[in-house]
Design a binder for this molecule. Structure first.
Ligand code: HGY
Ligand code: MN
Ligand code: MN
Length: 423
């Protein structure tokens, strides 16, 4: 622990001013924000971030995947140190889900910026550089973890061919942002250039609130998979076709949606499955539905549950389709495996919480995060701060300001530990 700087703290007022200013971009008037990737609001928020980075006297970097960074070249240069000093990444994402909350991602990016500003002002001698980063499209309104997967070199053209937000939306978004497919694929960083990635995020659940604990130290992040299932029936006249003669795609799709809740609660109690969108075609009152597209996402904390759950859900879709005489088209849209966090990062967070006299507990993250993409490339760690009532991905999302500041100070002290000489 760098004794000389263990009393260093972030500026709560400056962080608050940034947070309130950022929340205006895409504000929905009910405390939430609508800032999907590469929307006008998202692009305006990034323009605002660029201004803050330059105002802070930090080096602005925007890579070819659109990731925005505030870089602080603070590593002590010594004859023996690697001329390409390592960098410790701190960050999250400014994009939001449609009509989501103002804390998800935003708190992590602003806390990271505030940590780098604080270290710069204090002139802390570190063994590595610091970089606060805003990753592109964490939420997957276009692809999902797009910027972090690009940095980690995990993306191929195949990932971008049929993304979960649709290729047309990706093309339109890239055009608005001035990003190209080739640029995204070229954004990979050298494996040995990043020493670690630390992220502060709201919990988006109620375990910390229930346990009355200040900080959650993430031990692992769930695996997430997305499929588009199309139940294929036959259009018929809704008034003259008997109920027995129909091949009603809505029947099969609805039976599937209801059945998977039962299946997950009974057989996969640590997992979740979600149908976030159902599209009926042709979609008229008086036509028996010819097809229904169901967007399926499911999550599991371990590889074994993840694979068994995938098999069980797809099997269930087949059964319900057959029950109603329907065809079934299964489109795989992407998968991120369950990911353990690094002990080095966890220990740094524990020491920082203890030094700050903040209570902490280990948590598995039921939400996906950019850190999943960077595991394998560097040490990855996350902390959570309490979400009031567990609300998130909703304008109801809220975290008490003191909890936000606690999280930012834990991030600061953990970063100092991981990036400084032992003195
Ligand atoms: O969907 C998630 O888990 C995250 O909020 N992107
Ligand atoms: Mn998030
Ligand atoms: Mn989110």
């Amino acid at each position: 622990m760098n004794k000389a700087f263990d009393s260093l703290r972030v500026s709560s007022s400056r962080l608050r001013a940034d947070f309130d200013a950022l929340a205006q971009f895409g504000a929905t008037g009910d405390g939430g924000v609508h800032r999907p990737t590469f929307s006008e609001a998202h692009l305006a928020a990034r323009a605002w971030l660029r201004e803050q980075i330059e105002k802070a006297g930090l080096e602005l970097r925007v890579d070819s995947a659109g990731n925005h960074s505030a870089f602080l070249n603070c590593a002590i240069k010594s004859p023996i140190s690697n001329p390409q000093s390592l960098t410790l990444l701190l960050g999250s994402h400014l994009d939001s889900v449609p009509y989501g909350g103002r804390f998800d991602g935003a708190l992590g990016v602003l806390a990271a910026l505030e940590v780098v500003r604080t270290v710069k002002e204090a002139g802390v001698p570190l063994t590595m550089n610091l970089e606060a980063i805003d990753f592109t499209d964490e939420e997957g309104t276009l692809v999902g973890f797009l910027g972090s997967a690009a940095v980690a070199g995990r993306l191929t053209a195949e990932h971008l061919r049929q993304p979960r937000g649709g290729r047309a939306a990706l093309d339109a978004g890239m055009a608005r942002a001035g990003v190209t497919e080739q640029g995204i694929l070229n954004a990979a960083r050298p494996a040995r250039s990043i020493a670690g990635y630390l992220e502060l995020h709201i919990e988006q659940g109620k375990r910390l609130e229930t346990a009355r604990t200040n900080i959650g130290i993430v031990s692992a992040i769930v695996g997430i998979a997305s499929y588009r299932l199309t139940f294929v029936g036959r259009a018929d006249h809704a008034g003259t076709t008997s109920m027995h003669d129909r091949r009603d795609a809505a029947q099969g799709a609805s039976a599937f949606v209801v059945a998977i809740r039962e299946l997950v609660i009974r057989d996969f109690p640590q997992c979740v499955a979600n149908v976030g969108n159902i599209t009926v075609a042709p979609g008229a009152f008086n036509i028996v539905p010819a097809s229904v597209v169901v967007s399926l996402e499911f999550r599991a904390p371990t590889a074994d549950e993840f694979s068994r759950l995938e098999t069980a859900l797809l099997e269930r879709a087949k059964i319900e389709a057959e029950r109603f005489g329907l065809g079934l088209k299964v489109d795989f849209l992407g998968k991120h495996d369950p990911t353990p966090m690094s002990f080095t990062a966890e220990n740094a967070f524990i020491a920082a919480c203890d030094a700050l006299r903040l209570s902490h507990m280990p948590l598995v993250s039921g939400a996906g995060h950019d850190g999943q993409m960077l595991v394998g490339m560097c040490a990855v760690g996350m902390i959570f701060v309490p979400s009031v009532g567990g609300a998130s991905h909703s304008p109801r999302e809220f975290t008490e300001w003191q909890d936000c500041v606690n999280g930012a100070n834990v991030l600061l002290q953990a970063a100092l530990q991981l990036a400084s000489h032992a003195t």
